[in-house]
Ligand binder design. Sequence first.
Ligand code: DGJ
Length: 726
Amino acid sequence: MITIGKGIFHLSGDAFSYIFRVLPEGYLQHLYYGRRLSGYIDSEDLFPPHARSFSPNFPGSSDNRYSLDTLACEFPVFGTGDFREGAFLAERRDGSRVVDFRYEGYEILSQKSRPDGMPGYRGGETLSVRLKDTLSGCILTLYYTVYEKEGAIVRRAELLNGGEMLRLLRLMSFCVDFPAQEYDVIALSGAYAMERSPVRMHAEQGIFRISSARCASSHAHSPFLALAERDATEETGQVFGFSLVYSGSFVLRTERDALGSVRVTGGINDSEFCWTLQGGEKFCTPEMAIVFSDKGIGSMSRAFHDLIRGELLPLNRQDTPVVLNSWEACGFSFDPQSLSELIHGAAELGAECFVLDDGWFSKRSSDRSSLGDWVANTEKLGGGLDSLARLCRKNGLRFGLWVEPEMISRDSELYRCHPEWCVHCKGLAYIESRNQLVLDLVNPEVREYIKSCMDKLFSSAEISYVKWDMNRNVTEALSYALPEERRAEYSHRYVLALYELLEYFTEKYPQIFFLGCSGGGGRYDAGMLYYFPVQWASDNTDAADRCHIQYGGSYVYPLCTSDNHVSSCPNLSTGRTTPLKTRADVASLGGFGLELDPKRLSQQEREELHGYIARQKKLRKLVADGDVYRLKDPFSGNEFCMEVVSKDRKRVYAVWVNMLAPANPPQPRLRFRGLDSEKAYRVEETGKIYGGDVLMNAGLPLPLPYGDFISGTFTLSATERREKYD
Ligand code: DGJ
C-alpha cells in the first residue's frame, strides 16, 4: 500500500513499513524501515535534528541543526554536504560535479514499468518521486513498487538530462540509510567451482563493498547483500536483504559513518563507469529488490523466493526436465556410436532429455577452436543435428544443445572473416582466456550474426533445450563500433546487448527450455533468471561441496532455479568419492540431471538411479514451489539439511547429509520447521506417523553416521491426526 499525506510517503506491506518525507527545503529524508507501523510519524518529534561540528548547513540556510552530512537521505548526492558514498555523481561541461536535487512531485502509477532494455519484476502500483537538480536542470525519478505479501519493495532510478550534455559517473539503483545501531553484513562470496558461500561480518566504521568488474555478475560475488541485527539467526531477528536484477559489473556497498548509521547502496559498478548523456536523453538503472524480515535469514530467503518465482521468472516456465548432459560423460570426445549409447542409456534410466554439450560443431575437439562456427560436425554426430534429434525422439527423449554465442575462437572461420568482431584494444596484444575471445556484442552486425546462426539452430533441429554458456569474462572493454565519446560505456552496453539477444530468443522460442551457465554459476543472478529461469549452479558436482553451494544459493534464489546433476566418482573437481544416494539426494533439491555415462554404472547403480529419477518426477513441483527451511548449516557444522514444505503444509521433503563420520557420535536429530502442529504426518521412508508438533519440537532421530558423506531423505505427507499421536 502507498499512502501519502503532509509530505510523508508511507509504503507498507503486511508486515513492513518504509517511510520518507519531503523537508521544507525539498530534500528527501528517510524516516523509517522495519516492522509495520499503523500510521505516519510526526517526524519532528521522533527524529530530532542536532547541530554537529563539521556538518555543514543546507545550502543558504542558517539553521545548523540540519545537515546533509547527518540526514538519513533517500538518494544522496555529491557536493552539498553529504560526505558519505553517494548514489549519484555526474560531471557537467564546465567540470562541476555539484548537484542539488530538490523535490518536484510524485505520481502513483497503476502499472510498474521495466527499466529500458533491462529485465525487471512484474508488479502493480508504483510510486514515482521526481527530483530536479537546480543547477543542471536534470530530472531524477525514483521508483518504488510495493509487494505487500512478500514484504518487498523493488526500486530503481532514472535520470533525464534536461540541460546540457553531462557525463554520468555513478547512478545507483537505490539507497537506504539505517539508523545508528550495530549490524552484521552478509554476502554470498566464492570462486569458480565454489560459488555463493555466505560470509558474515560486523559492519565496522568505514566502507565494505562487493563488486564485479567482469561484465558478468561473477563467481566471486552474487549481486546480493543483507544487513542483519547482530544477533539475527536463521529463525530470529531483523534482516534486510538486497538483490540486484543485473548480470554485469555491479557494486553493493555498506558504509558505517562516524555516528554509527549505516548506508546501503548498490547498482551498476561505477569504478570505471562513464556515460555521456546529451540533453533530452535518459539513463535507467537496473532494479534492486529489497526484502524485510523480522524472523531471521530464513524468512528473508522465503520472501525472495516468493518474489522471484511469482514476479520475475517467466510466466510460461516449464518444469525442469531430467536431463542427461554429455559433458562429464565424455567432454569433447564422442562419436556416433558413443552418442547413441549415451542416448539409449539416458532413456533406460528414465531421463527426459539428452543434452549434447560442447564439441558438436565445426572442428571443435578441444577448447582451442571453432567458437563462432555454429555448424554441426556431421562426422562426429553421424549425421546432422536433425538425425540426432530424431534418435532422441525415438527413445522418448527431448533433444538439447550447448551453445556459447557470446564467444569467438581465433581458430575459426568467423575470426578469419571478421577479426574485427572480437573485443580488443588496438595496440595491445589480444587477451585470451580459455583460449577464446569475446564477441563485440555492442556491434549491431555481431548481434545480427548471432541471431541468424542461433535462429538456424533453434528452428531446424527440434531443439527443445538450450544450455547457453559463457566461459570467460570481458577484458579490453571497448568497442570501435561506438563513437569515441561513448567507448567508455562499454561494460553496461555489453549487458544491454546481451539482454537484447536473450529477449529476442526467449520471445521467439517459447517452447525451448533455456539453461543459463557461465562456467557453472558465474552469472547466476536475478537478471539472468528473468530470461533463463534455471542456472547451472556450479561446475563442481561433488555432493559434499554442492551442499555448501546450494545452501548458500538458497539465501536468495529459489531451489527451482538451481540445476544439479549426479556425476561419477571420483568427482572431477575434487577427486572425492561419495555414495550414489548422497549425490542423488543432494541433486534432488532443484533441477535434477545426470552428468555421467550410464554404461559405466553397475546394474545395481542403474536400478538405484532409475529409482531416484522416478522419485524426482514426483517431487519436483514440491521442490520448485515450496517454502525452504535450512535446518542444518554445513558451513558451521558437520551436517547439512534443507527442507521444503508445500504452501498448504501437507507435503514435506528434507535432505540430510552428514559429512565426515566421527567415532562414537552423539545422537543426531532433525527438528522440522514450518509444519502444521495440528496435523499428523506420515514419513514415507518408514511408514511411521507423528504429530507436526512432535516433528518440530522433539524431532526425529537420525541414523548414527557410519561412513563419510551419508545422506537421508524424509518425505512426509499430512494425514488425519489420530488420537494416539496427540
Ligand atoms: C563450462 C560449463 O559449466 C560446463 O558444464 C561445460 O558446458 C563446459 N563449459 C563446456 O565447455
